[in-house]
Design a protein around this ligand. Structure first.
Ligand SMILES: [Zn+2]
Length: 201
């Protein structure tokens, strides 16, 4: 348990209705909206935006200029590189066909989930309604348009799986038949893919 108080930079705008865990740092000009819940030991970078009701786990790193919109859930230990953009409307319009402005009631939020340990490279864009699996790694600049499997290394626009990523960070090529790597990680020596921990499947 982390017993240090949260550190909130004086220029950050944190709603009194947000819940910030101990040991979390929130840097310059970041904005955290009503009812957002951020766990312990997190870093929220300069100019990040955390929307209403967003859930963020423990030991999450969110780099500068990241926007995390309503409907996004981020589990423990996730890394989100600078300028990553989550989206929450697949077919956005500012107005209805009659030209009247749309309100929050005129669109459905598609929930997005980023699972334990995943890493999203700088400037990647995550479309709505997507699950990014445990320890998956997304290359910088990718546009993620479909779910990403646990431990997958996915890059490009649209992002495609090109291999795997060990929890230690080592990229792992598919075998000659295009199947995901299986065996000992050349960097950390651990068996890959790892066995699921108790309580996971
Ligand atoms: Zn490894």
């Amino acid at each position: 348990m982390n017993d240090r108080p949260a550190r909130i930079h004086p220029t950050a705008d944190v709603s009194p209705e947000a819940i910030i865990g101990p040991g979390t740092s929130i840097w310059n000009q970041a904005q955290v909206r009503e009812r957002a819940r951020i766990g312990e030991g997190c870093v929220i970078g300069k100019n990040a935006y955390i929307d209403t009701d967003v859930r963020i786990g423990d030991r999450v790193k969110i780099q500068n200029n990241v926007s995390v919109y309503h409907g996004v859930t981020i589990e423990d230990g996730v890394f989100i590189g600078p300028h990553v953009c989550f989206t929450n409307d697949k077919v956005p319009r500012a107005v209805n066909p009659d030209g009247s402005a749309k309100s929050d009631l005129d669109w459905d939020v598609s929930p997005t989930l980023v699972r334990v340990g995943a890493a999203l490279g700088a400037n990647s864009t995550i479309l709505p309604g997507i699950t990014i699996g445990r320890w998956a790694m997304i290359g910088s600049g990718s546009v993620v348009t479909r779910d990403v499997e646990d431990y997958a290394l996915a890059v490009g626009n649209p992002a495609r799986r090109i291999g795997s990523a060990c929890p230690c960070g080592q990229p792992l090529r598919n075998d000659a038949d295009g199947r995901p790597f299986a065996g000992a990680c050349p960097r950390c020596g651990d068996a890959f893919p790892p066995l699921p921990a108790a309580g996971q499947e």
